[in-house]
Design a binder for this molecule. Structure first.
Ligand code: NDP
Length: 400
């Protein structure tokens, strides 16, 4: 059917690329382009014997719009799937505009020198994308991504209005290290050391980092400590889901992770302020990333499951109703299938599905959209088909 240009070749991209190669009728050709071309070539070598998808590779600096435009013009993809880092979102969107190519990503823009993520930068492209006749699908991972699709599905099929959403992200995986992050350490640590916040009655309520803790008994996982974080889909769901009074996001962390993180924070290792070291400027958090285990090496060591989903409370035909929809993913099964752990898997599969729905025209409309603004049904079907089946519970335990 078409061609996709995938930018980045890290943990998430590797899963999305495996999945595109399992779906060769849709993804006839892919170009993998990243900063380190040898990683793209290694994946091409591994996958070429087992897929009908034709794979090419290139080196690209995605901070450089001109380089991206040149690459897009030479490969002529139908869609660009951005699986580099949030810092590259705007340069890649600029290149898509210039070449009139559809755009998909999994994380909203974040400036390198400021730990702040919000949609305003990308929403500012709405008119330009509309005028160019191209579509940008924002946040097609799991959270954001599937959580937005779950919300649109709940709204479409089960509620007249949704008043409360709690997004619960549990990882009961054990990689055997005292401290490691499951995806890019720099992005992960920036996220969890920031202040928490939730949306209530039309405004943001800010909390200290990890200030709000709850214990929840997760299906197939059991009791876990979870902490309230700010998360990017809160911003778009608060606008796009009818009747919202409160929306919160919780993520589980074990005691060892919290203790290590506190210690690293206390000694200044999570700072993004550059410091002078041996005659050169270094950013402590970037140095920490360099000494921590590479998330892509965690796959073979990680055992256990993830459970990510949303609990809704609202009204249907004048009556109060609750609904929980979630996916459970097993780290070892993911590794057997695509040689990655479940965190990359649960992000890479929805990234492939988003690119597919844009490429085959199911979701394409000119402009810049968050995932919950599209019809959720084709995405929900694709989740079942491509490895992330979901479970429904109409009488869930609610979070206090
Ligand atoms: P990795 O660090 O494993 O991979 C990032 C990739 O981007 C690497 O291949 C890296 O190249 C490449 N890259 C970085 N900078 C550039 C650049 N300037 N030009 C070209 N390539 C570049 O990260 P992950 O795979 O863990 O995460 C990828 C994205 O997925 C992130 O944006 C993350 O926030 C998002 N994410 C979203 C989730 C969701 O559920 N929505 C969950 C988890 C992650 P190199 O190898 O040279 O460093």
């Amino acid at each position: 059917m078409g061609k996709v240009l995938i930018i980045g070749c890290g943990g998430v991209a590797s899963v999305a690329i495996h999945k595109c190669c399992q779906n060769s009728d849709v993804f006839e050709e892919i170009m993998i382009a990243s900063r380190t071309k040898s990683k793209c070539d290694a994946l091409k070598e591994k996958l070429t014997p087992i897929t009908k998808t034709k794979i090419q590779t290139a080196k690209v600096d995605a901070d450089n719009t001109e380089e991206l435009i040149e690459l897009i013009n030479s490969f002529k993809p139908d869609v660009v799937l951005n699986l580099a880092l949030p810092y590259q979102d705007l340069t890649i969107m600029d290149a898509c505009l210039e070449t009139k190519t559809h755009y998909v990503d999994t994380a909203n823009y974040e400036p390198l020198d400021e730990a702040k993520f919000e949609y305003s930068w990308q929403w500012a492209y709405r008119d330009k994308f509309k005028q160019a006749g191209i579509c940008a699908l924002l946040g097609s991972g799991f959270d954001p991504g599937v959580t937005g699709v779950f919300s649109a599905y709940a709204q479409k099929h089960y509620f007249d209005e949704i008043n409360y959403i709690d997004i619960l992200d549990a990882n009961a995986g054990d990689h055997g290290y005292p401290f490691a992050t499951n995806f890019n350490p720099e992005i992960n640590i920036r996220e969890v050391t920031a202040n928490g916040s939730y949306w209530e009655n039309g405004h943001w309520v800010e909390t200290e980092p990890m200030e709000i803790k709850r214990v929840y008994n997760f299906p197939q996982i059991g009791d876990k400590d979870m902490y309230l974080l700010h998360h990017e889909e809160l911003e778009s769901l608060a606008l796009n889901i009818k009747g919202i009074k409160r929306i919160r996001f919780f993520m589980t962390f074990g005691q060892s992770y919290i203790t290590h993180l506190k210690c690293l924070e206390n000694v200044g290792m999570t700072s993004i302020e550059p410091i002078e070291f041996n005659g050169q400027q270094i950013v402590p958090l970037q140095f920490l990333k360099a000494v921590l285990p590479d998330p892509s090496t965690l796959g073979p060591r990680t055992k256990g499951k993830t459970n990510i989903g949303c609990i809704f409370k609202g009204l249907k035909d004048g009556k109060e109703r609750t609904y929980y929809v979630y996916n459970v993913c097993d780290h070892e099964e993911c590794y057997r299938e695509v040689e990655s752990q479940a965190i990359s898997y649960t992000t890479g599969v929805p990234a492939m599905i988003g690119a597919m729905l844009i490429m085959n025209g199911t979701w394409t409309k000119p402009g810049v959209y968050n995932i919950e603004e599209f019809d959720p049904d084709p995405f929900m079907d694709a989740l079942n088909k491509w490895g992330l089946p979901w479970v429904e519970d109409f009488n869930p335990t609610m979070v206090e």
